[in-house]
Each structure stands twice: as C-alpha cells, then as structure tokens.
Design a protein around this ligand. Structure first.
Ligand code: GLV
Ligand code: MN
Ligand code: MN
Length: 405
C-alpha cells in the first residue's frame, strides 16, 4: 500500500518547522534535509536519483523507451515562515504518482522524471525560480554562483558548504529537454474554494518584474534636525510605497508589493539616511506590467525631486506573463471530464517553475484549492481529500500525456 501524499507532506512539513511556519531556504540545513528525504524516497522506488550543479534534484523512473522524459515537479524550498504545501505538494504528489505506478507495475512509454527545482522562492538569494531558470538557460550558473544572499554568503559558498549538493547523489551536467512538463500545485488564492470546485486548469502564469530601490537621503540627529530641512530616506520610501499602491489599484488587474526593506543605520534616534527596498510587481497582462514599470520610474523621480533625495531604481528580474500549453490543457480537461471531475480555468498570480520550463517544451499546471486562499504563511492548508483527488487527477493526466506524445 503506497504511502499517501498527506503522510509524505506531513513528514516534509516537520522539516524546518518554527513558531510561525516553515522556513527551508536554499542550501540551509532544513532544505538540505528535505532534498535528502526526496532522494531516499526516490531510491526506495528504485528510481535513478541525480542532481545538477545548481541543486535541482531529479528522480527518474525508466520507461519502455529512452525517449525524452515526461517531466513534472515543483520545489522544496519555502519562503520565511511559509506553509507546508507550496511546492512540497507538487514534489510529494509526484513521488506518490511514481509510487502508484510502481505498485501497479505500470510501464510508461517514456521515462517519468520528477524534478525538485532549487530555490524557486528566491527567498535567500534574490532571484526567483533560480534552479529552473538555470536549467533552461535564462540565467547562467557561473553568474548565479556569485549572487549574494540576504545573510551575506554567496551562492557558491552556500552550495559548496555542508548544506549544498547532496554528497551521495551523482551530478548530471547536461540539461536534457523534456518532451513535456506538468506541475501540480496548490492554488494559493481563493478562487477555487469560493467557487466550490476542487480542481483548476491553469490558463497562464502572471508576469513578474522585481526591482531594487535605493533611497539616499541624509542621516542626522532625530532630536535636532528640524522637520522642514530633513531629507529622511524612510519617509520618502513610505511615500513612494503609498503612491505605488494607489497606482496599482488605478491600473487594475495587477499587484505591486514592497515586502523587503532595510533602513540604514536603523536606529531609533537617527533620521534614516539610506533605505533599500525591493518592489515585486505582477500581472498576467503585459500592457499593465509595462504601465506599472513606467509608473514606478515616474513615481521615484517625483518623490526624489519633491524630497531632495536620490532614488535609484534597478530592475533585476523580468519574467513575462506565460500562457500555458493549449495541447496539454486540452488533455487535462479531457482527462478530468472522463473522470467526471469538476474544474475551473484559473490564472496563476504566483510564479512557478513551469514558467521557465515552458520556454523549452510544452508546459501546463493543475491546481487544488487553498483553504481561505492562504499561502506564504504558516497556516497555509488544503483539505486532505482535495490533496488526494489532485494527485489522482494528476496521475491520470500524466498517463494521458504519455499516451498522446
Ligand atoms: C512564489 O511563490 C512567488 O510567486 O513569488
Ligand atoms: Mn510554489
Ligand atoms: Mn511560493
């Protein structure tokens, strides 16, 4: 009797657990432990387990032919104080599919390859979908190894340290192009739950621009510098943040967030002289994303002029909105219809590794509901019945893709 996806998620969900949620950042002890657990699960299923030099981990089950694999997967890293389902569900669900195929002696046409992509969240090193972006060639391994994490360590130092690559797993240096890619994920929003529908066919993934903003003002004594002559870098940033919020509301169908901010020197009795923050801006509509980009630069100029501070805006990540493959979505809808499973077409506001993989092969995604739409928080949940149903539907979809390819 194969282990259920809920049991696998419960085991993964103990790794990195803290008071407010799960924290498994790339190349830290808990994230390393989660990858080691996946490698063990893969070996227990008699699959080939390999990794590449950015830390992507692959569990491969042979098919009748050695044709390009049908690849599926998600990620094991989390945001700070995140949930137990974002990413982990797609990985644990993929293991469940492989275990079911093994239990029933199912032979597939082509190899089935589960991928756990490294550093999807961009939460330690500031590039999202890091492992899958390197896999498809959007980012170069050597450049990424120079990235500095929020803790001051470079990616190379972290990867070469004790929690880097798995010591007992062979390294694969090529990046084979899969025949197709499918990703199972929690919705992370409220649409499916509100509609009372258990499955979502993902239409497209929102595009995302990320920026670093440096606001240079003038530090001074909090008790003596008179208000009219201050060049307070934090007040300027706060004004920029509120104007950005209004701009995103005005444009509509887009979101903009400042979730990371550092004040220097960050002391109660000093007027802030320097603020660095990051803007995360998203939309499924490229026109709105472009308008947001224009507004961010215009607002920075306006606030800088009015407050006599200097504001430098640098876009460090640019991901275009990604429509998912019509052929794979068609196979998914047919499969769900054949199993009398209700579904809804939904866009994804979150980004996913499927976005990168879609640039090298047909890619599509299946969602299950998130309770109260909560995600990137410790109380992220999906009902066990929805998790199980999602895996069953995902397995049926993969087998249908394998037959159709
Ligand atoms: C990852 O979950 C993201 O959308 O940033
Ligand atoms: Mn995710
Ligand atoms: Mn996430």
């Amino acid at each position: 009797m194969p282990i259920s996806v809920c049991d696998r998620l419960a085991e993964l969900g103990e790794i990195g657990r803290g008071e407010r949620g799960l924290t498994r950042q790339l190349f830290t002890e808990p994230e390393h432990r989660a990858r080691a657990l996946l490698a063990r699960w893969g070996r227990e299923l008699n699959c080939e387990v390999v990794q590449d030099r950015i830390g992507n981990l692959f569990v491969r089950r042979a098919g009748r032919s050695n044709a390009p694999a049908l690849q599926f997967g998600s990620h094991l890293d989390t945001v700070l104080d995140g949930g137990a389902y974002d990413g982990a569900y797609g990985v644990a669900g993929g293991v469940s599919v492989l275990a079911e195929l093994a239990a029933h002696g199912v032979e597939t046409q082509r190899p089935f390859e589960l991928a756990a992509w490294a550093g999807e969240e961009g939460s330690r090193f500031p590039v999202g979908c890091l492992g899958s972006a390197v896999y498809v060639g959007w980012e170069h391994l050597d450049e990424m190894l120079e990235l500095r994490g929020d803790d001051g360590m470079t990616l190379a130092q972290a990867r070469n340290g004790p929690y880097g690559l798995l010591p007992d797993v062979p390294i694969r240096d090529d990046f084979p192009r899969p025949a197709a890619y499918a990703e199972l994920h929690i919705e992370q929003g409220p649409v499916l739950e509100r509609a009372g529908v258990p499955l979502g066919v993902v239409t497209a993934i929102a595009g995302m621009h990320r920026y670093t903003v440096r606001v240079n003002g003038e530090a001074g004594h909090a008790g003596t510098v008179p208000m009219p002559v201050r060049r307070d870098a934090f007040s300027a940033t706060a004004e920029l943040a509120l104007m950005l919020e209004s701009a995103a509301r005005e444009i509509g169908d887009c979101v903009a967030t400042i979730g990371w901010l550092a004040i220097t020197p960050n002391q109660t009795n000093i007027v802030p002289g320097l603020v660095e923050c990051r803007i995360d801006a998203r939309s499924t509509d490229p026109v709105r994303l472009k308008e947001l980009d224009r507004r961010i630069h215009a607002l920075a100029k306006e606030v800088a002029g009015r407050r006599s501070v200097r504001i430098d805006v640098h876009r460090f990540e640019e991901r275009a909105p990604t429509p998912l493959d019509e052929g794979l979505k068609g196979i998914l809808r047919e499969t769900l219809d054949a199993h009398s499973l209700a579904y809804l077409d939904v866009p994804s506001g979150a980004v996913h590794d499927a976005m990168c993989i879609a640039s090298i092969c047909p890619a599509a995604m299946l969602f299950v509901p998130s309770i109260a739409g909560a995600s990137h928080v410790g109380h992220e949940r999906t009902a066990p019945a929805d998790l199980e149903r999602g895996v069953d539907a995902f397995k049926a979809w993969l087998l249908a893709i394998d037959r159709a390819l």
